[in-house]
Design a protein around this ligand. Structure first.
Ligand code: SF4
Length: 331
């Protein structure tokens, strides 16, 4: 891991219009003022409950969603001002692995065609060169013998094998940055570890940076260098994974971890229970701190009025909570 950022957002806002038959009636503030950075060869886990905006943020980092405001830098270039053509070229340096290995692969294509597709779309290599690259990618994701798997269709494979095909497709253009959106949540526990180990291996070999989107703190603990906790469109805490999980700062992070009385140590960090109450509507989020209606430390007249800024609380630790106002080392 290095501290130099490969991907960085500045005050990123992504709003979607809410339309009714007579016109626009509001906006879903899916991402609302997010500053996030991912270093070269670093894995950042983006953790939060369903609907908190983490998938939208991941898609935006790939240049797939147009922001309302703010900036997205990839290797120093602001993606928000690029033309579609320029974005397409930039996306050759990025990859994505989705949650559902069943839905993300075209059922009428062979594995060979699925993995070759990004090369064809980006006009990379001759037919023979592409064949060599496809077989090599299949070997790299441990689908051996590669020739055997290349001729299969998705329905002939297990969930884990399908996800390996999706990973081969994501890495075939040798991306520097890969977004993985809940890539193991639909797989059996034993296969999850294998897939996460594969990501680690790929990272070690090719120096890829990963954004690992998940609701599962157990796999985030295992796979990520840093963690960013997202709540209702905003990042509320970031820091080195071990430090955040062993000593969470933000009340929301604390609640996520404390609310899991599971006797099985392997499930200790799985978010099967969430803090009391519901996440707020992203159309009309609460004024002030968005967590205040659920927060046990809520300070009336402050938390419901002012939005807490992100405070630096020690080395590489940040928390958007007024409880840390006093502890601030650098604002
Ligand atoms: Fe709780 Fe206030 Fe901190 Fe928000 S700012 S998490 S409401 S103490």
């Amino acid at each position: 891991m290095t501290t130099e950022s490969l991907v960085r957002t500045e005050e990123l806002r992504i709003y979607f219009p809410v339309r009714k038959f007579f016109g626009t009636v509001g906006e879903v503030k899916a991402v609302d003022g997010v500053n996030l950075s991912i270093g070269r060869k670093e894995t950042v886990a983006l953790v939060g409950e369903s609907g908190c905006g983490k998938t939208t943020l991941g898609r935006a980092l790939l240049g797939l969603v147009k922001p309302k405001s703010g900036k997205i830098f990839f290797d120093g270039t602001d993606l928000t001002i690029l033309s579609e053509r320029e974005l397409k070229l930039m996306r050759r340096r990025m990859g994505v692995v989705f949650q559902d290995p069943y839905a993300s692969l075209n059922p009428s294509f062979t594995v060979y065609r699925i993995v070759e597709e990004p090369l064809v779309v980006n006009k990379i290599g001759s037919k023979e060169e592409r064949r060599e690259m496809v077989l090599k990618a299949l070997e790299e994701v441990k689908l051996n013998p590669a020739e055997f798997f290349a001729s299969k269709y998705p329905h002939m494979l297990s969930g884990g094998q399908r996800q390996r095909v999706a990973i081969a497709r994501a890495i075939i253009t040798k991306p520097e940055f890969v977004v993985t959106d809940e890539p193991v949540s639909m797989l059996d526990a034993s296969i999850r570890v294998e897939i996460l180990l594969l990501f680690r291996e790929i990272q070690k070999k090719h120096g890829v940076s990963f954004l690992y989107i998940t609701h599962d703190l157990a796999t985030a603990k295992y796979f990520s260098d840093r963690i960013a906790i997202m709540y209702a469109g905003r990042i509320v805490e970031t820091g080195p994974t071990k430090a955040v999980l062993s000593e969470p700062l933000h009340p929301y992070t604390q609640a996520l971890i404390d609310a899991i009385p599971d006797p099985d140590p392997s499930n200790r960090f799985v978010m099967r229970k969430i803090p009391p109450g519901q996440p707020p509507s992203l159309v009309n989020p609460p004024k002030g701190c968005r967590f205040h209606p659920r927060c046990p430390f809520f300070m009336q007249g402050k938390c419901d009025v002012l939005e807490p800024p992100m405070y630096r609380v020690g080395v590489e630790r940040f928390s958007a909570c007024f409880l840390h106002e006093e502890k601030v080392t650098i604002k």
